[in-house]
Design a protein around this ligand. Structure first.
Ligand SMILES: [Zn+2]
Length: 400
């Protein structure tokens, strides 16, 4: 087969009617299209073999530009070019969703290898790569019924050569009418996927390869930041090894950064009623209280609210403790010690903030609700600018 020939690198452009199934995995949110249900697995396999640099599809009638993804496994395979998937809406749609895409491209045969395989900063994992479990159970292999659900056919027998879609969305009288594919969760666009139009770009203070830093909206203090993955991940449990590694790098760098400014940082994550992983990093002045004071404050206030906060071994991974999809809260102290709570039914959303804002730590109880701490966009811009400048000497993304 052509694609398996050793000199075959890929194709420049691929156009398909259906979306490839799973295209949204590891990427920014695909809006209301659930790519685990919609689209064609056959197209996914085709794309995996063809490795297009640009892949356009249309059938879901909406615009979606996925973050570029890799065609190789980092450190295991030689680097290859990335693929950009762009879905466009139907021409002249009343919602004015994007249906035209202009771009320029140098054909890969005219490019030198180094330029071709250069990875864009926001590149993500390959969405079609099977996990070991799926490869084992064959979960991604479509059943014929599943496959026909989102395929598109030209009705060659029809008098006017009219198009029909087996999803029934082109023809109301179709007997095969199915509900449009909807994402069960998250229900809408994401505020934290870096490529999402909803992201408040002015709060972004540093961008790495897999993660970025942003000032917290309504932060507890001026330098309260969030470590966020660039692509869509719900919690640290779901992160791939390379993203975990960069999260670690950011944590260590921020610790150093704040230490230089006479502060220690407290970090927490709440994987409950949130869509996109947010690691909250809050600096606490060294002269304000010790790490043990902070730890005691968390334990005491958890007990008061009947929250079971367990101390977990310093170097243990949340991945080893929480099952994927399980709700949890944990706080990490500047010594690396962690306190973990498995959320069963209810959890006070502001808990981490409340403890830090309490008299025992920062003593700013009126700031425990972020909504009370909102400032104007201009003020946010000023704070972000200041943080960016201060952080620059610590910026490891500038090292190479
Ligand atoms: Zn997201």
């Amino acid at each position: 087969m052509l694609c398996s020939a050793s000199q075959f690198k890929g194709v420049d452009i691929l156009l398909t009617s259906p979306w490839p199934k799973y295209v949204g995995s590891f990427g920014n949110s695909s809006g209301e299209v659930d790519t685990k249900k919609c689209g064609s697995s056959l197209v996914s396999s085709l794309v995996t073999s063809l490795k297009p640099r640009y892949h356009f599809a249309a059938l879901e009638k909406t615009y979606y530009e996925r973050l570029p993804y890799r065609n190789h496994i980092v450190l295991q395979e030689t680097a290859q070019h990335a693929t950009r998937f762009i879905a466009l809406a139907n021409v002249g749609n009343p919602e004015k969703k994007k249906y035209l895409y202009a771009f320029s491209i140098v054909p890969m045969k005219l490019m030198n290898a180094a330029d071709l395989v250069k990875q864009p900063p926001d590149v993500t994992e390959n969405p079609y790569r099977k996990t070991e479990k799926e490869a084992f159970t064959g979960k991604q292999i479509p059943t014929p019924e599943e496959e026909s659900a989102c395929q598109f056919f030209f009705d060659l027998d029809g008098k006017h050569g009219k198009k029909r879609s087996s999803t029934g969305r082109d023809s109301k009288s179709s007997p095969h009418t199915k509900q449009p594919c909807k994402l069960p969760w998250p229900p809408g666009p994401c505020w934290f996927c870096l490529a999402s139009p909803e992201v408040e770009k002015h709060l972004v203070v540093n961008i790495g390869t897999h993660c970025y830093l942003a000032l917290a909206k309504g932060g507890l203090c001026d330098d309260h930041v969030l470590i966020l993955p660039i692509g869509h991940y719900q919690s640290v449990v779901e992160l791939s090894a390379e993203v975990v590694e960069e999260v670690g790098k950011y944590k260590a760098t921020l610790r150093q950064f704040f230490k230089n400014r006479g502060k220690r940082c407290v970090l927490f994550e709440r994987n409950y009623k949130s869509h996109h992983l947010q690691l909250q990093v809050i600096p606490v002045p060294l002269n304000c209280c010790s790490t043990d004071d902070i730890k005691d404050a968390f334990i005491t206030q958890a007990q008061e609210q009947q929250i079971e906060l367990l101390e977990i071994p310093e170097h243990s991974d949340i991945k080893q403790i929480a099952q994927p999809g399980a709700a949890y809260f944990y706080v990490e102290l500047d010594t690396g010690e962690k306190l973990f709570h498995r959320i069963k039914k209810h959890f006070p959303l502001q808990f981490g903030r409340e403890v830090l804002a309490s008299e025992a730590i920062l003593n700013i109880p009126d700031k425990s609700d972020w909504r009370q701490c909102q400032i104007s966009k201009e003020e946010e811009e000023t704070l972000a600018l200041r943080f960016r400048k201060d952080f620059e000497p610590f910026d490891f993304s500038l090292d190479d």
